[in-house]
Design a protein around this ligand. Sequence first.
Ligand SMILES: [Fe+2]
Ligand SMILES: [Fe+2]
Length: 166
Amino acid sequence: MGTKGREIVGRHAERIVELLNKAFADEWLAYYQYWIGAKIVAGPMKDAVIAELLQHAADELRHADMVCGRIIQLGGTPVTTPARWFDLANCAYEDPADPFVRRILEQNIAGEQCAIAVYHALLEEVHGKDPVTYNLATQILQDEVEHEEDLQALQEDFNVMLRAGA
Ligand SMILES: [Fe+2]
Ligand SMILES: [Fe+2]
């Protein structure tokens, strides 16, 4: 823990660590949801969807790393067991039990929309209190907005393809 770096956040550090640990749980669950989704997805356009999901999974893992680093800087302890991820997470884990492309896309779009809401709320809460976490949440939010766009573009292509084949 860097003492001066933590001092500028002051009494807000504990609450920010709590919020970051919730986001940390979200990132790991998103990572796994996308990673396993890429393994099992089936149906038309599956290769394009696999490529996107694997890219997103890598981004979510990178986000988990970024959030973890900030928790440690603030003197907190990142959640040490996956058993707590479900308790802490803001966003639902969408089990890709149905591997059809359309369903996987819907689930992952819902996940990205939740992530966007989470980081938007985090930005509002840390504004004026913790510029480092603010900057981190801004970077992650940019990725999540891009993820939503990527997935919705695939969904549009999928729908166009279905209509063309009808
Ligand atoms: Fe993420
Ligand atoms: Fe994402």
